[in-house]
Design a protein around this ligand. Structure first.
Ligand code: NDP
Length: 243
């Protein structure tokens, strides 16, 4: 079903985005691998070894023009954009009373506006194609809130509002838009947390373990393949949030 389709994954040089790119490649998708600072040739080769094409495109998705160039490059290279995964994200943690305006703005601009920017530019393409799947990576923190993450939680809650609005706007042309809300996943983003804090977090997870980037990637691929789920948030969190 995904074979020979084109998937654009933002922030895909490492962590969850990397696992998502590999998972789509294994399904036979050509990959547009967006990165901000650097991408290893080994990753591009690993993807190409799945028998698909991989184009690495440098772009800061928080920048409207760079996001437009990313999507246009994908369309020009492969002729269609069938899947968009908005994965790029950052944290700048701190208590509200000490949080700088810049730390608030940077997180909103990357995590929320970055997703808007790519959806804004891909929607014309998908509307003309009359098909497509958009998956936005939110977080359980966007559902629960978290001490020290007012900026991040706001951005991830915003991503859910963006997801549901885009799902309603694009549904009539067969385009699905969903969010995945990971819980505690082992990546560079979470490895900066002290070990005792990591252990405390794991204690609160019903499945009593951290998730892997591959756990998230599997859920993203599922939402790209399924053609009758839209406007939903799928938690991949070991049971942290039960709706
Ligand atoms: P990482 O920090 O490991 O990777 C994030 C990636 O996003 C990096 O490759 C980074 O590139 C890229 N990125 C950041 N800003 C931009 C930008 N402006 N434009 C393009 N790319 C950018 O994080 P994870 O893999 O852990 O997280 C991936 C997503 O999953 C994020 O949205 C995160 O919020 C979300 N998430 C993660 C959880 C976890 O437990 N790990 C839990 C819930 C959600 P560079 O290194 O060059 O800056």
């Amino acid at each position: 079903m995904l074979k020979d389709k084109t998937a654009v994954i933002t922030g895909a040089a490492k962590g969850i985005g990397r696992a998502i790119a590999i998972a789509f490649a294994k399904k036979g998708c050509n990959i547009v691998l967006n990165y901000r600072s650097a991408v290893s040739e080994d990753l591009v080769k690993e993807i190409e070894d799945c028998g698909v094409k991989c184009l690495a495109v440098k772009a800061d998705v928080s920048n409207f023009e760079q996001a437009e160039a990313l999507i246009k490059t994908a369309k020009a290279e492969f002729g269609s954009v069938d899947v968009l995964v908005n994965n790029a994200g950052i944290t700048r943690d701190g208590l509200i009373m000490r949080m700088s305006e810049k730390d608030f703005d940077d997180v909103i601009n990357t995590n929320l506006k970055g997703a808007f920017n790519t959806i804004r530019h891909v929607s014309n393409i998908m509307l003309k194609q009359k098909q497509g799947a958009i998956i936005n990576i939110s977080s359980v923190v966007g559902l629960m809130g978290n001490v020290g993450q007012a900026n991040y939680a706001s951005s991830k809650a915003g991503v859910i509002g963006l997801t549901k609005s885009a799902a309603r706007e694009l549904a009539s042309r067969g385009i699905t838009v969903n969010a995945v809300a990971p819980g505690f996943i082992t990546t560079e983003m979470t490895s900066v947390l002290k070990e005792d804090i990591q252990n405390k977090m794991i204690e609160t997870i019903p499945l009593k373990k951290a998730g892997t980037p591959e756990d998230v990637a599997q859920a993203v691929v599922f939402l790209a393949e399924n053609r009758y789920i839209t406007g939903q948030v799928l938690n991949v969190d070991g049971g942290m949030v039960m709706n």
